[in-house]
Write a protein of this length. Structure first.
Length: 247
């Protein structure tokens, strides 16, 4: 059996070699045609080459343009024409630099405009503060008029403006002469007690910003109390005004 297999394999290998040899050898007919082409004149050779060359594929006919694409191109052309006409006519949209320049001009105009006038109440409070500042040092002659203004006129300014004005007066009283401070003890302690009571109320139940201002008003009250010539009798006399808030 082994010898039979070897013989079959040898025959198969010989057949494959024979087939390869046949494929490599050109047939006699093809060799004769090649000889005739080589021996033929140039004109005949050119005709033979044209006949042997493959025919060029036919080019497809151009298809009609798509209607949608044509419409889009027409619309784009119209838009470009409109933009060009707008540029020539001066109707072009503002550029980014022009918009920034306009914004800067508007901001500069708002900055240069005078601020809105203060309300009459604020003007009255400012006039009161300017009067204290111009006096430089508070005197016992000017004190009664200031106390009367805070009692009778200042309530129309609003509670906050009035309390600020009272605190400012207390600061000037604490820096004044002994006679002026004695005159304030005789006439102005109710104002001090009112300011101290309002400030303590805000400290107990106000917002953060309100508590900060109320704390400064309390410091003005305490600084004035420390500078005033007070005794037990005076504190007892004004116990309802100063006592609870001071405690």
């Amino acid at each position: 059996q082994l010898s039979n297999h070897v013989a079959m394999a040898a025959r198969t290998f010989a057949d494959e070699l024979r087939a390869i040899a046949l494929q490599t050898q050109a047939p006699p007919e093809e060799e004769e045609e090649k000889k005739e082409e080589e021996e033929a004149p140039p004109a005949k050779r050119a005709r033979l080459e044209e006949a042997a060359a493959p025919a060029a594929p036919a080019q497809p006919e151009p298809s009609p343009p798509d209607e949608a694409a044509a419409g889009a191109e027409a619309t784009a052309g119209t838009d470009l024409d409109d933009e060009f006409d707008a540029l020539l006519g001066g109707d072009a949209p503002p550029m980014a630099g022009e918009a920034l320049a306009d914004d800067d001009a508007l901001l500069m105009q708002q900055f240069l405009e005078p601020p809105p006038p203060d309300s009459p109440e604020e003007q009255a409070r400012r006039a009161f503060a300017d009067g204290l500042e111009k006096s430089e040092r508070l005197t016992e002659d000017a004190l009664p008029g200031l106390i009367q203004e805070l009692r009778e006129v200042a309530p129309s300014w609003g509670i906050l403006r009035r309390m600020r004005s009272v605190a400012l007066l207390l600061v000037y009283v604490s820096r004044s002469s002994r006679l002026c401070r004695a005159a304030f003890v005789a006439e102005g302690l109710p104002l001090l007690g009112e300011l101290l009571k309002d400030s303590v109320t805000v400290l107990e139940a106000g917002s953060a910003s309100d508590r900060q201002e109320a704390g400064m008003r309390c410091l003005a009250c305490l600084g004035c109390l420390a500078a005033l010539p007070l005794g037990r009798a005076t504190m007892w006399e004004h116990r309802l005004t100063l006592g609870k808030a001071f405690d």
